[in-house]
Ligand binder design. Sequence first.
Ligand SMILES: [Zn+2]
Length: 187
Amino acid sequence: MDMANVVIVTDMLRGFYDIGNLKNPRTGRIVPNIVRLLEKKLQGDWRAVFLRDSHDSEDKEFEMFPVHCVKGTEETSIIYPFGNFAVSRKGKRINKKRYSGFFRTGLGAFLRKVNPQEVIVVGVCTDICILITVAELRIRDYKVIIPKDCVETYDAPGHLAEEVNEWALNYMRNILGAKIVSLDEII
Ligand SMILES: [Zn+2]
């Protein structure tokens, strides 16, 4: 029955883009690429899952990171160009409170139902929610594809985005067995 491939769009939210403590201008670099990917794939037999950080106001994660994406705030809004995809028949929004898209969410059940042959993962941050969610996908034996021009992370002291992106992509390829490609190779 229900048989489709899946794009997981991770944390493409205003709180990781243009407002709040974790706003990140680098997120803007991948927005048009992810739009191109979704426009192409959602014409075919694909579904898109929008993972959305949605924290409690006293979340434990705020012992490590500045307060961000508290449930119900504007920071948890999906970035404008993706709004229509997210609410379309082919889109699905899944809230999460941790790096993993699987932890206490409906993602596992959704993927078991759809039974995708491949899962494309895009969004932010390459070394945090992307990496942990890709590890969880690979533990469950899903075939994972990551277009490297559709993932990003942030610049901070001791955390240089260019280096971190490269490290995380290599790790996901060499250790987790994800396939790393460019967007043009898959659309
Ligand atoms: Zn968070």
